[in-house]
Design a protein around this ligand. Structure first.
Ligand code: GLU
Length: 229
């Protein structure tokens, strides 16, 4: 195995909690055991919830635990910046690339329309994923309507998460739908920015909480759209 690169990627909206410390410990142990690199990346894109006090508390807690990082805040590194709030230009460039390749599309469906469709799907016992109304509508860049950007995701087949602990976890693509990548205010979403950063920072392994398993197939689809493994 090549020397692994692992990251701990906390969202600074509170103190470091025990689950986060556990995830950080596993990443750190794996990196140290195999002569790899442990990276700390601060996921502070949610400006309303991220605070400097939380960032300081997380860094202090990591140091107190002895979980020293090789790249990240205060130590720097070759793949920075290590604060997502400073990486916007990279996200915007990736959005432009995917839009140019037709892998993203503009969706003008309103929140109310989506809620109505969702309720109807649930009432019929169908999976309430986006129905693809705007997928082939080809709304132009200068549409006056507020819009999000969605991934033109595969509709057939399946997306596989090959997990070292859980094994091969299979998600039928019909159940995943076309995820939103960019909000109507232009902000890119969590699944997208994480994938851009994990590619850009050359991560070899992702170790994180079980609660992220349902996000992982969406991230795998984004890797595929970006032509990355
Ligand atoms: N920032 C995410 C969280 O705090 C973790 C992201 C990840 O590990 O992919 O839950």
């Amino acid at each position: 195995m090549d020397a692994p690169r692992l990251r701990f990627a906390p969202s600074p909206s509170g103190f470091l909690h025990i689950g986060g410390a556990r995830t950080a410990l596993y990443c750190w142990l794996l990196a140290r055991r195999f002569g790899g690199t442990f990276i700390l990346r601060v996921e502070d894109t949610d400006a309303a919830r991220s605070t400097d006090a939380s960032i300081d508390a997380i860094l202090a807690s990591m140091r107190w635990l002895g979980l020293d990082w090789d790249e990240g805040p205060e130590v720097g590194g070759m793949h920075g910046p290590y604060f997502q709030s400073q990486r916007r230009a990279k996200y915007d460039a990736a959005v432009e690339k995917l839009l140019g390749e037709g892998k993203l599309y503009r969706c003008v469906c309103t929140t109310e329309e989506l809620a109505t469709k969702r309720e109807a799907a649930l009432a019929d016992g169908r999976n309430p994923i986006y129905d693809g109304t705007c997928r082939d509508a080809d709304h132009p860049a200068n549409t006056p309507l507020p819009h999000v950007l969605r991934l033109r995701a595969p509709r057939d087949g399946e997306t596989v998460v090959d997990d070292a602990i859980k094994g091969r976890v299979v998600f039928p693509n019909v159940e995943l739908g076309d995820q939103v990548v960019v909000r109507s205010n232009g902000d890119p979403l969590y699944n997208f920015v994480v994938v851009i950063d994990d590619i850009d920072m050359r991560m070899t392994h992702v170790v994180r909480g079980d609660d992220h398993l349902s996000n992982t197939p969406k991230q795998v689809q984004l890797y595929e759209a970006l032509g990355a493994t």
